[in-house]
Design a protein around this ligand. Sequence first.
Ligand code: F6P
Length: 373
Amino acid sequence: MKKRIGVLTTGGDSPGINAALRGLGKAASGVYGMEIIGFQDGFTGMAQGLTVELEGSAFSGILTTGGTILGTNRDRPDRVIIDGVAKDATDQILENYKKLKLYALVCIGGSDAQNSAYYLMQRGLNVITLPVTIDNDLTGTDTSIGFDTAVEVAAEAIDRLHSTAISHHRIIIVEMMGRETGWLTLAAGIAGGADVILIPEIPYHTEKVAEAILQRSHKGKRFSLVAVSEGAISQESVRFFEKARLANRRLRQGEEQSEIEQRLGTIEKRAAGDTLHLANRLEDFTKLETRITILGYLQRGGTPSATDRVLATQLGTACAALIQEGVFGVMVGTRSGTVVTTPLAEVANQTKAVPLDHAWIQGARLVGVSLGD
Ligand code: F6P
């Protein structure tokens, strides 16, 4: 009997998802003779039984396309939104898996996909995942599909912003995605020759950033490019929240204390990536005109780079081979160019931050980039 596998994409989209689907689909159907059922819009579609039969031809012509042919959203099995109402759809998802007689479920995406897949694995499903996110924040893989493309897009943006910053003698701050990690900003910042790179792993001193910019001015360079992660946070903010937490622990107890603790966490997240505030402060310190560009979803859209297409094909096809061998409960990643698998238990609910001694950080410092510390 033919093995039937389900596949869905979940979480933020990323260039290379379709290339990964193609690699998986072509190998699974063409080489291993499996049947493939796609679910529309991630777990919402799986809960509602919204399926698409993916024949061999469905995987043609999508290697170079952006987005996901299956659709996606941020829903989780225990929290899908149907007709505007959030509900726990775990039972429906488990039922549909059984009803469709699936041999395995492939979840493609970033941290959302890994967390949800682990959740379903614990409930007895044969799950396997592919790492696709521009953030590159997943443990268990050197790099994730989509990261290379996003770095290219962001680096090109910095290149373009350079000429206008030079012409107007301005500071231009470019804000990039990446959630709580600075991989994207660091790589794009280095590639684009940013003068300052601010990442969440290194809380910055606004004065030191301003000093670095003023030093450039004194050397006759009357412009500066600042690459900042959406999750970067200033030392001032870190100190403020530390004090607020201490005071909360001293003054309150029990439920009230944990409620305030939680609220502080939410406010702290909002304080991170306050690029407008950073721009105002830098303008005050340096007296140089300052402008902001938020790259946002540009980094996630469009055609994947050649490197991402190669990686997606390598991991997608490897995933099909692993299913054929009966390997489940893992994420299929890459280490030094070879395919590796990591148990979902070690990938879910983890974040791969940029290590402070990473060679990219050292390299950036050695070419004179200020990291704001
Ligand atoms: O996880 C990818 C990512 O692009 C992050 O870099 C960003 O913070 C987030 O998604 C944006 O999410 P959404 O698409 O839900 O607005």
